[in-house]
Ligand binder design. Structure first.
Ligand SMILES: *[C@@H]1O[C@H](CO)[C@@H](O)[C@H](O)[C@H]1NC(C)=O
Ligand SMILES: *[C@@H]1O[C@H](CO)[C@@H](O)[C@H](O)[C@H]1NC(C)=O
Ligand SMILES: *[C@@H]1O[C@H](CO)[C@@H](O)[C@H](O)[C@H]1NC(C)=O
Ligand SMILES: *[C@@H]1O[C@H](CO)[C@@H](O)[C@H](O)[C@H]1NC(C)=O
Ligand SMILES: *[C@@H]1O[C@H](CO)[C@@H](O)[C@H](O)[C@H]1NC(C)=O
Ligand SMILES: *[C@@H]1O[C@H](CO)[C@@H](O)[C@H](O)[C@H]1NC(C)=O
Ligand SMILES: *[C@@H]1O[C@H](CO)[C@@H](O)[C@H](O)[C@H]1NC(C)=O
Ligand SMILES: *[C@@H]1O[C@H](CO)[C@@H](O)[C@H](O)[C@H]1NC(C)=O
Length: 381
């Protein structure tokens, strides 16, 4: 079950020869709770670059950590799945650089991803949004959920559940928020390694965290622009109970989920450097912006990754179906805008299957591979 929680103190733990900084997440009001740190219990720590990672202690901790109260995201990550990452980074922080590390840490922790969305209150979507509220909050503190809304009721409900709330700065097409200003606003307000918009009916699991950690690790020196997308898995009439845990989402997806089409992209994870200021004023919830974003990133030779194989993105399909964007008012808004700017737009080259790099998991390790062959429609003209 997901509970609302809050980020608490950062502890300095002293081991026989190392200093480890723990980044803890815990559900109660708890200012100075005592924790027992158990051998082998995976816990989130931050390295000297403040990138959060998973850590498993070889010994029982000397500081008092109460195991049952540790609600780190990492307790639900299977540590055995990413041993290389843990071991490598662990060695680095074992070096006696504590002073520097401490100084940086004091400057604040840096989450992995700021994940944002937006919606308008609607009775038909109460269940959907309530499930999303709890699902996204379950990924804290590595992931910071943000909602863009000008509705007081939505703002209150979200902030009560621990979400950050920002106003919709710009809208078009009869009320749809303009995507780029949401990115620019979260990038200004929150510090993280990645920023992503996702539709408000999309749910994630710890696989999102594992994938982003693997992307960071795969090329730790890479400092170009990165865009990560993937196909979603449609699940009809998802219940609150099915949506209330990561493992529940995995099992319902296997049982009655359907991987959706290559032409639909529902989340866009971009690096902190991504040049959102140069993106045209396309809006969400209308056709074509998704394919154009992928097409543009491919044309610009950014690093584009298809994470379908390693990120589970569950779409809560309701009676409204799987093509809601096409029924919205001014459904062709983006296409009209893009045709003005670029004359001809080759949308089919922006399908997920056209993304050259993809993530995959073998032997519990996530790696990035290049597709050997692309469909004809993917060729950039
Ligand atoms: C660590 O703690 C566990 C459970 O609390 C205990 O069974 C085990 O003996 C301890 N190990 C050491 C090396 O103290
Ligand atoms: C971690 O340690 C390895 C080997 O000692 C070194 O090559 C690498 O640059 C270090 N990474 C960081 C982030 O300090
Ligand atoms: C503190 O963090 C800010 C924002 O991430 C950064 O600009 C600044 O350089 C950092 N300061 C130190 C001392 O690391
Ligand atoms: C959650 O459900 C309740 C009714 O059960 C509703 O009043 C509320 O608006 C819903 N929250 C969201 C964010 O839709
Ligand atoms: C939302 O509210 C802000 C002020 O808080 C305002 O500047 C903005 O224009 C509003 N957005 C829309 C789409 O009405
Ligand atoms: C890793 O980053 C370097 C430097 O930016 C780049 O040349 C290389 O192609 C990248 N490799 C992958 C697999 O992205
Ligand atoms: C979802 O549930 C509604 C009843 O609440 C039902 O009418 C509809 O057929 C269901 N949809 C699917 C695809 O199962
Ligand atoms: C995390 O794992 C615990 C026990 O392993 C389980 O009870 C809990 O439901 C899981 N939480 C999530 C959010 O999946």
């Amino acid at each position: 079950m997901f509970r609302s929680g809050r980020l608490t103190n950062v502890w300095l733990l002293s081991f026989p020869c190392i200093f480890v900084y723990l980044y803890l997440y815990h559900e109660q009001l708890n200012t100075h709770a005592t924790y027992k740190f158990k051998r082998g219990n995976p816990t989130i720590i931050c390295n000297n670059n403040l990138a959060p990672m998973v850590f498993s202690s070889k010994e029982n901790g000397t500081s008092q950590f109460h195991n049952s109260n540790i609600k780190t995201v990492a307790t639900n990550l299977s540590l055995s799945k990413i041993p290389a990452l843990v071991v490598k980074k662990f060695h680095n922080i074992t070096k006696p650089r504590t002073k520097r590390v401490k100084k940086k840490f004091k400057n604040g922790t840096r989450p992995l991803l700021t994940l944002f969305t937006t919606w308008r209150e609607s009775k038909d979507k109460y269940t959907v949004h309530n499930i999303t509220l709890l699902n996204w909050i379950s990924l804290r503190p590595l992931i910071v959920p943000v909602v863009f809304t000008n509705e007081t009721s939505t703002a209150e409900q979200c902030s009560q559940k621990g979400w950050k709330v920002l106003p919709v700065r710009a809208a078009a097409a009869k009320g749809a928020p303009v995507l780029k200003y949401m990115y620019l606003d979260v990038m200004k307000q929150f510090d993280s390694k990645f920023y992503a918009f996702a539709n408000s009916d999309i749910l994630f699991t710890d696989k999102l965290v594992e994938t982003l950690l693997a992307v960071l690790k795969e090329n730790s020196t890479f400092n170009g622009h990165t865009l990560i997308v993937g196909k979603r898995t449609n699940v009809n009439n998802l219940t609150e109970s099915e949506g209330s845990s990561w493992r529940g989402l995995e099992s319902v997806s296997k049982k009655r989920g359907m991987l959706f089409a290559t032409y639909a992209e529902d989340y866009f994870i971009t690096s902190a450097s991504y040049p959102w200021k140069d993106i045209p004023d396309i809006v969400i919830g209308r056709k074509a912006y998704d394919n154009w974003l992928v097409l543009n990133a491919r044309r610009m030779k950014y690093r584009v990754l298809d994470a379908t194989e390693t990120i589970l993105a569950v779409h809560q399909t309701t009676n409204a179906g799987n093509f809601e964007g096409q029924k919205n008012p001014d459904a062709d808004y983006n296409m009209k805008l893009l045709v003005k700017l670029y004359k001809k737009v080759q949308y089919a080259a922006g399908y997920t299957e056209c993304v050259e790099l993809f993530t995959k998991k073998d032997k519990n390790k996530i790696s990035i591979t290049r597709r050997l062959k692309l469909e004809k429609h993917c060729n950039l003209k």
